[in-house]
Design a protein around this ligand. Structure first.
Ligand code: HEC
Ligand code: HEC
Ligand code: HEC
Ligand code: HEC
Ligand code: HEC
Ligand code: HEC
Ligand code: HEC
Ligand code: HEC
Ligand code: HEC
Length: 415
C-alpha cells in the first residue's frame, strides 16, 4: 500500500505532463533564427496541418527535439535530413500508408495515396529516377501543407488546374517529353472549368478525371472512361448503341472521340446530321446507314425546334396583349423537356428512339400553338367589340353635342 501511492502519483504526472505544455521543439526554435532556406521551414510551419495535428519537425525528419544544440540532428538520434526528390513519396508515405497510425488522428482519412501514386505516370517515372515529375510536395507544398478542404490549398478543386499548370503549361520544363502543353489552356475554355468557376463543385477539374494520386480515379479503368461516372445516361445509351462495339474494334475512345478531352464545349444540334459541323460525317458517308440515321435524327430535332419556337412566339404575343395563356405555357415546358431528352437520346444513335421524344414534343408544341392562336383570335374579337362600342360612344357623344347646340339655339332660351 505504501509503495503504490507514490507510483500512482508518478503515473498521474506521466499522463498529465504532455497536456501541461506544448512539447519542446528545439528544431523550430533554432531554425526560426536561421536565414534563407534553413529558416524558411520554421517560418512557414505554424500554418501547416501537421503542426495543427500536434506533430513537430522531428516527426518527419527524425532527430531529438529536446536537444538545443547541433547534435539534435545527429544520425544516432534518428535524424534523416531532407529527403531527395525520389525519396519523398516513401518519406510522406511512412505515416500516410500506415492505417493504424493515421487512425489515431483521423479515422476517415484514406491511406492509399502512396500505393495509388506508384500506379500513376508520375510515380512510374519517379521510380525510374525522373525527378521532374510531380511527387507529394509538388502538389501539396511542404512546411505549409493545408488540409485538402482548405480553400487556399493548392489541391482545392478551384486551385488544382493552376497547380498542374506549373509544369504542364510550361513548354520549356516539359521539353523532352513527347507531350503537348496545352491541357491547362484548353481546360480553361471548357464548360467544366466555367461551371466550376460558377461554384458548381460537381464539375470536374484535372484531378477529378485523372485521379488525385493514381492513374485514374477509383473505380475507373482508364481516364477515357471517366465521363460516364457523371454523365450516366449518355454512357448507358452509348454502351447499348452500335458504336460501342464499332469504336472498340477501331481502338477509338468513346465520348472523347466527339467531345474531345479538355476543351469540352456545349454541343449544339448542328453536331448531329450531315452538315459541315456534324460529328457524324467524320466517319459516315452518303449511302451508308449511319449517314441516313444522322439525317433523320437531325430532321426530327429541327422539326421539334421549329414547332416549339413557333408555339413560344405565338404565346409571347398573346401574353403581351394581355391574354391569359398560362395553361398552354406550362404544357410547353414539357415540350422543352422532350427536346432536352431527345438530345441526350442522340447517344443511342437510333432514329426511332430519338423520334419518340421529338414526336411527343412536337405534338405538345402544336397544341400549345393552337391555344395561342385561339387566344389571339379572341383578342381580335374583343378588339372588334371594343371598336364597335367605341363607334357607339363617339356617335352618342356627337349626338349629345348636337342636341345641346340645338337646345341652346331654341327661342325659349332667348330673353
Ligand atoms: C542549434 C540549432 C539547430 C537545431 C537545434 C536544429 N537544427 Fe537543423 N540545422 C541547423 C543548421 C545551422 C543547419 C544547416 C547546416 C547543416 O546542414 O548542418 C540545419 C540543417 C537542417 C536540415 C537540412 C539538412 C539537409 O539535409 O539539407 C534539416 C532537415 C534540419 N536541420 C532539421 C532539423 C530538425 C528536425 C531538428 C530537430 C530535431 C533540427 N534541425 C535542430 C540548425 C539547427
Ligand atoms: C510533413 C513532414 C515534414 C515536416 C513536419 C517538416 N518537414 Fe522539413 N522537409 C520535409 C520534406 C519532404 C523536405 C524536402 C522538400 C523538398 O525537397 O522540396 C523538407 C526539407 C527541409 C529542409 C531543407 C530545406 C532546403 O530547401 O534545403 C529543412 C531545413 C527542413 N525541412 C527543416 C524543417 C523544420 C525546421 C521543420 C519544423 C519546423 C520541418 N522541416 C518540418 C518534410 C517535413
Ligand atoms: C499530382 C498531384 C498530387 C500528388 C503528386 C500527390 N497528391 Fe495528395 N492529393 C492531391 C489532390 C488533388 C487531392 C484531393 C483534394 C480533394 O479531395 O479535394 C489529394 C489528397 C491528399 C490527401 C487527403 C486524403 C485523400 O486521399 O484525399 C492526402 C493525405 C494526400 N493527398 C497525401 C499525399 C501523399 C502522401 C502523396 C505522395 C505519396 C501525395 N498526396 C501526392 C494531389 C496530389
Ligand atoms: C509523421 C507522420 C506524417 C508524415 C511523415 C507526413 N504526414 Fe501528412 N499527416 C499526418 C497526420 C497525423 C495528419 C493529420 C490528419 C488529420 O488530422 O486529418 C496529416 C495530414 C496531412 C494532410 C491533410 C489531410 C487532410 O485531412 O486534408 C496532407 C495533405 C498531408 N498530411 C500530406 C503530407 C505530405 C505531402 C507529407 C510528406 C511531405 C506528409 N503528409 C508526411 C502525418 C504525417
Ligand atoms: C512538378 C511538375 C508536375 C506537376 C506539378 C504535375 N505534373 Fe503531371 N507530369 C509531369 C511530368 C514531367 C510528366 C511526365 C511526362 C511523361 O513522361 O509522359 C507528367 C505526366 C503526367 C500525365 C501522364 C501523361 C501521359 O499520358 O504520358 C498526366 C495525366 C499528368 N501528368 C497529369 C497531371 C495532373 C492532373 C497534375 C495536377 C494534379 C499534374 N500532372 C501535376 C510533371 C508534373
Ligand atoms: C473531363 C475530364 C478531364 C479533365 C478535366 C482533364 N483531363 Fe486531361 N485527359 C483526359 C482524357 C480523357 C485524356 C486522354 C487520355 C488518353 O488518350 O489516354 C487526357 C489526357 C491528358 C494528358 C496526356 C496528354 C494529352 O494531352 O493527351 C495530360 C498531360 C493531361 N490530360 C493533363 C491534364 C491537366 C493538367 C488537366 C487540368 C488542367 C486535365 N488534364 C484535365 C480527361 C481530362
Ligand atoms: C465529375 C463529374 C463530371 C465528369 C467526370 C465529366 N463531366 Fe461533363 N459535365 C459535368 C458538369 C457538372 C457539367 C455542367 C452541366 C451544366 O451546367 O451544363 C458538365 C457539362 C458537360 C457538357 C456540356 C453539356 C451541355 O448541356 O452543354 C458536355 C458535352 C460534357 N460535360 C461532356 C463530358 C465528357 C466528354 C467528359 C469526359 C471526358 C465529361 N463530361 C466528364 C460533370 C462531369
Ligand atoms: C458520335 C459522336 C458522339 C459520341 C461518341 C458522344 N457524343 Fe455526346 N453528343 C453528341 C452530339 C451530336 C450531341 C449534341 C446533341 C444535340 O444537342 O442535338 C451530344 C451532346 C452531349 C451532351 C449534352 C446533351 C446532354 O446529354 O445533356 C453531353 C453531356 C454529352 N454529349 C456527353 C457525352 C458522353 C458522356 C459521351 C460518352 C458516353 C458522349 N457524349 C459520346 C455526339 C457524341
Ligand atoms: C468515329 C467514327 C464514327 C462517328 C463519329 C460516328 N459513327 Fe456511326 N458508326 C461508326 C462505325 C464504325 C459503325 C459500324 C459500322 C457501320 O455500320 O458503318 C457505325 C454505325 C452506326 C450506326 C448503325 C448502322 C447500322 O449498320 O445499323 C448508326 C445508326 C450510326 N453509326 C449513326 C451515327 C450518327 C447519327 C453519328 C453522329 C451523331 C455517328 N454515327 C457518328 C463510326 C462512327
Amino acid at each position: 500500500m505504501r509503495k503504490t501511492i507514490p507510483s500512482l502519483v508518478v503515473l498521474l504526472v506521466a499522463i498529465a505532463s504532455p497536456l501541461a505544455a506544448a512539447p519542446k521543439n528545439s528544431c523550430l526554435t533554432c531554425h526560426a533564427e536561421l536565414e534563407g532556406p534553413q529558416g524558411e521551414p520554421a517560418k512557414k510551419f505554424p500554418s501547416d496541418v501537421h503542426n495543427q495535428a500536434g506533430l513537430g519537425c522531428a516527426d518527419c525528419h527524425g532527430g531529438d527535439p529536446q536537444d538545443d544544440s547541433m547534435t539534435a540532428m545527429s544520425p544516432a538520434k534518428g535524424f534523416r535530413g531532407a529527403p531527395k526528390k525520389t525519396a519523398i513519396p516513401e518519406f510522406c508515405g511512412k505515416c500516410h500508408s500506415d492505417s493504424n497510425y493515421m487512425r489515431r488522428f483521423n479515422p476517415g482519412l484514406r491511406t492509399d495515396q502512396l500505393s495509388q501514386y506508384w500506379t500513376s505516370v508520375h510515380g512510374k517515372r519517379l521510380r525510374q529516377g525522373d525527378a521532374k515529375v510531380a511527387a507529394c510536395v509538388d502538389c501539396h507544398s511542404v512546411h505549409d501543407i493545408l488540409a485538402v478542404t482548405d480553400t487556399r490549398a493548392p489541391v482545392y478543386p478551384t486551385n488544382v488546374a493552376t497547380t498542374c499548370a506549373r509544369c504542364h503549361a510550361d513548354a520549356a520544363y516539359m521539353k523532352g517529353y513527347n507531350l503537348p502543353t496545352n491541357q491547362p489552356a484548353q481546360y480553361a475554355k471548357s464548360v467544366h472549368a466555367h461551371a466550376l468557376a460558377q461554384g458548381d463543385t460537381s464539375a470536374p477539374t484535372c484531378s477529378t478525371c485523372h485521379g488525385n494520386h493514381g492513374a485514374a480515379p477509383p473505380g475507373v479503368s482508364s481516364v477515357e472512361n471517366v465521363c460516364g461516372t457523371c454523365h450516366v445516361i449518355n454512357q448507358q445509351l452509348f454502351e447499348k448503341s452500335p458504336h460501342q462495339a464499332a469504336f472498340a474494334k477501331m481502338g477509338l475512345p468513346a465520348c472523347v472521340q466527339c467531345h474531345s478531352n479538355h476543351e469540352i464545349v456545349p454541343p449544339t444540334d448542328a453536331w448531329v446530321g450531315v452538315g459541315s459541323n456534324a460529328t457524324c460525317i467524320q466517319c459516315h458517308a452518303a449511302g451508308d446507314k449511319g449517314y441516313a440515321a444522322a439525317q433523320r435524327i437531325a430532321g426530327d430535332l429541327a422539326k421539334l425546334e421549329t414547332f416549339y419556337q413557333r408555339a413560344e412566339d405565338v404565346l409571347n404575343t398573346a401574353e403581351r396583349s394581355g391574354m391569359e395563356v398560362s395553361t398552354p405555357r406550362v404544357e410547353l415546358v414539357s415540350a422543352h423537356g422532350d427536346l432536352i431528352k431527345a438530345r441526350v437520346e442522340v447517344h443511342s444513335f437510333n432514329p426511332g428512339e430519338v423520334q419518340k421524344f421529338t414526336d411527343e414534343g412536337t405534338d405538345i408544341s402544336q397544341k400549345a400553338y393552337q391555344a395561342g392562336v385561339v387566344a389571339l383570335r379572341e383578342r381580335d374579337t374583343r378588339r372588334k367589340g371594343l371598336g364597335v362600342s367605341l363607334i357607339f360612344i363617339v356617335l352618342a357623344i356627337g349626338g349629345l353635342y348636337l342636341k345641346i347646340r340645338q337646345m341652346e339655339s331654341t327661342p325659349a332660351n332667348r330673353h
